[in-house]
Write a protein that binds this ligand. Structure first.
Ligand code: ADP
Ligand code: MG
Length: 370
């Protein structure tokens, strides 16, 4: 199956080709034509499988540039993800000149409103800022054809349920709804079914174990008190090219950043209290590999696609095996080798047992030499 068979036009195909995208991924193969047909879709596929283009391509195909109204809306749980989707959509503009508005918090609302007075076809937004625009009357969703909830499970997890429902209710009755997620729990499904008409469910989840094949996993047994020391020994031994260090909470990320900085280790942190402009700057320098260590919480990093991450450190153990897979799945992409190390306190033993049971792998222990 190629993009042409899925109903994508040659201009877009040629443009994709220039960035090395020649063959649709499985989730794209299964969803593009159905979405283009106007059907409601619930799609589940792991992080990094190309979900963004799976909905962007048919949406862009379906937008009429001669119509002066917002025809498609993509809602994302975080600003970072909204930025990433906007970048991907903007790249396609040279093949089809649609007008895009990115509406997320932290960005000047005035300039967004000014832009909205122009002819906008596609809005990419976070729930809060979008509601702001709806309340001000600056966004009119009455002509909306397609609504996308990206990372729908995360959106609910972050408590955006009411916001999302308010937004859905502003769209016309017969609009198309697309729900994309890495994991579909029953809560997401419930919400999805409430607002969708006879949705097609597409799930391309692979056996999770398979995807971890090219990632070398280790556990360091330590204690909460000794964790920073243990991490620093490991970092000194590994000297990773580009690493993400995951913490459980914002506060833990703050503390770790201070601790590492005191030891002269250059790092940046990413969580939801960091001002928008700064987050964008940090992501940019991390993507360019100007930053060696990025400290992050799950929420801030969800859905981000950064290539070239060589090492993932779980400074704090993730709550579930799914989270573990999400975190470490940021390395070892596209056939490259990845490396991950998790620091555990004795009281994490139960969670660790669960993770190992789920991934069907007893993670080897790593002894520290420093
Ligand atoms: P997801 O939303 O599923 O986590 P993304 O949409 O962020 O994944 O895509 C991950 C990466 O894969 C991006 O860098 C994207 O450009 C790339 N990509 C998407 N589709 C294809 C494709 N058909 N072939 C090659 N690379 C692709
Ligand atoms: Mg995505």
């Amino acid at each position: 199956m190629n993009f042409k068979q899925l109903g994508i036009n040659d201009d877009i195909i040629n443009l994709l080709q220039k960035s090395g995208i020649t063959k649709p991924t499985p989730i794209q193969e299964e969803s593009i034509a159905i979405i283009k047909d106007g059907k409601d879709v619930i799609a589940e596929a792991q992080t990094g499988t190309g979900k963004t283009l799976a909905f962007l391509l048919p949406i862009i195909e379906n937008i009429s540039t001669t119509t002066n109204s917002i025809q498609a809306l993509i809602i994302s749980p975080t600003r970072e993800l909204a930025i990433q989707i906007t970048e991907e959509a903007t790249k396609l503009k040279s093949a089809k000149d649609i007008n895009i508005l990115a509406a997320y918090g932290g960005k000047d609302v005035g300039s967004q409103i000014k832009k909205l007075q122009k002819n906008i076809h596609l809005v990419i937004a976070t729930p809060g800022r979008l509601l702001d625009h709806i309340k001000r009357g600056t966004v009119d969703l009455s002509k909306l054809k397609t609504l996308v909830l990206d990372e729908a499970d995360q959106m609910l997890f972050m408590g955006f349920k009411n916001e999302v429902e308010t937004i859905i209710n502003k769209a016309p009755k017969n609009h198309q709804t697309l729900c994309f997620s890495a994991t579909m729990n029953s809560q997401v499904k419930k919400l999805a079914y409430r607002y969708m008409t006879d949705p097609t469910v597409i799930s391309v989840t692979k056996e999770e174990v398979i995807t971890l094949d090219n990632i070398k996993q280790f556990v360091v047994e330590t204690t909460d008190r000794r964790k920073q020391d243990s991490l620093c020994s490991v970092l000194a031994e590994d000297n990773p090219f580009m690493a993400i260090i995951f913490c459980r909470t914002k506060r833990r990320a703050d503390e770790l950043e201070m601790g590492l900085s005191k030891r002269g280790i250059k790092c940046e942190k990413l969580h939801s209290d960091i001002p928008q402009a700064k987050r964008e700057r940090i992501m940019k320098s991390f993507r360019k590999a100007d930053i060696q260590y990025l400290i992050a919480t799950d929420v801030a990093s969800r859905g981000l696609d950064v290539s070239g991450v060589t090492h993932i450190y779980n400074y704090d153990i993730p709550e579930t095996a799914e989270d573990y897979i999400h975190r470490i799945g940021r390395t070892g992409r596209a056939g490259e080798e990845g490396y991950t190390c998790m620091f555990i306190d004795p009281k994490n033993q139960k969670t660790l047992d669960e993770i190992e049971r789920k991934i069907k792998f007893k993670i080897p222990r790593r002894e520290l030499t420093l």
